[in-house]
Design a protein around this ligand. Structure first.
Ligand code: HEC
Length: 171
């Protein structure tokens, strides 16, 4: 090997090292523009402040949670499991890792409005329910999700209206 080649190799080698070192120590260039906060996985859907603040117009009663349960068992349990533990048949088949709604912590940071919105828009592969069922039914589902995690609904009085159980005025 000629000495010229050796020098060339040395230059390349040290140059390479220097470049690597520089890469590691150079901070990202300041842009002057705030990067919008990217919502964290695993729940990437953006929920507007308005949706988040939406109040549940359906009273948290046994009538509502029973109605929610019926819908849950037919529309949701195939993925979320009959008990809401996330171990539904389809979830297992599709290898989906689903949240366990029976744990009080799972949905504790979610407002009712957020749950209503999530059920409405869906989450791939979870189908959207907006347009497939009335708002009232979606609220019954929200109430049932609360019951699944241990919240105890008010006893039925037997005086609840047949279908329309929107008892709390929506504001
Ligand atoms: C095809 C399967 C499937 C069906 C059916 C389904 N879901 Fe889901 N659900 C999912 C998946 C997948 C997620 C996303 C889990 C994640 O983001 O980690 C999810 C997430 C959720 C969440 C969000 C939890 C959170 O805090 O982000 C709620 C609430 C929920 N589902 C409720 C329902 C209800 C109520 C129904 C019935 C109307 C339903 N799902 C039907 C698959 C399904």
């Amino acid at each position: 090997m000629s000495s010229k080649t050796l020098i060339l190799m040395l230059v390349l080698a040290t140059g390479g090292l220097w470049a690597q070192e520089k890469k590691e120590t150079t901070p990202p260039p300041p842009t002057g523009v705030a990067t919008p906060a990217v919502p964290e996985a695993p729940h990437p859907a953006a929920i507007s402040a308005e949706d988040k603040a939406r109040k549940n117009p359906v009273k948290f009663t046994e009538v509502s949670t029973d109605r929610g349960k019926k819908i849950f068992l037919t529309q949701c349990a195939l993925c979320h499991g009959d008990k809401g533990d996330g171990k539904g048949e389809v979830a297992t088949e599709m290898k989906l890792a689903l949240p366990d709604f029976t744990k009080p912590d799972t949905l504790k940071d979610r407002t009712d409005g957020e749950l209503f919105s999530i059920i409405g828009t869906g989450r791939d592969p979870m189908p959207s329910q907006a347009g497939r069922m009335t708002d009232e039914r979606r609220w019954n589902l929200v109430n049932y999700l609360r019951a699944l995690s241990g919240k105890v609904p008010e006893k039925a009085t037997g005086k609840e209206p047949e279908e329309n159980i929107i008892l709390v005025p929506a504001k």
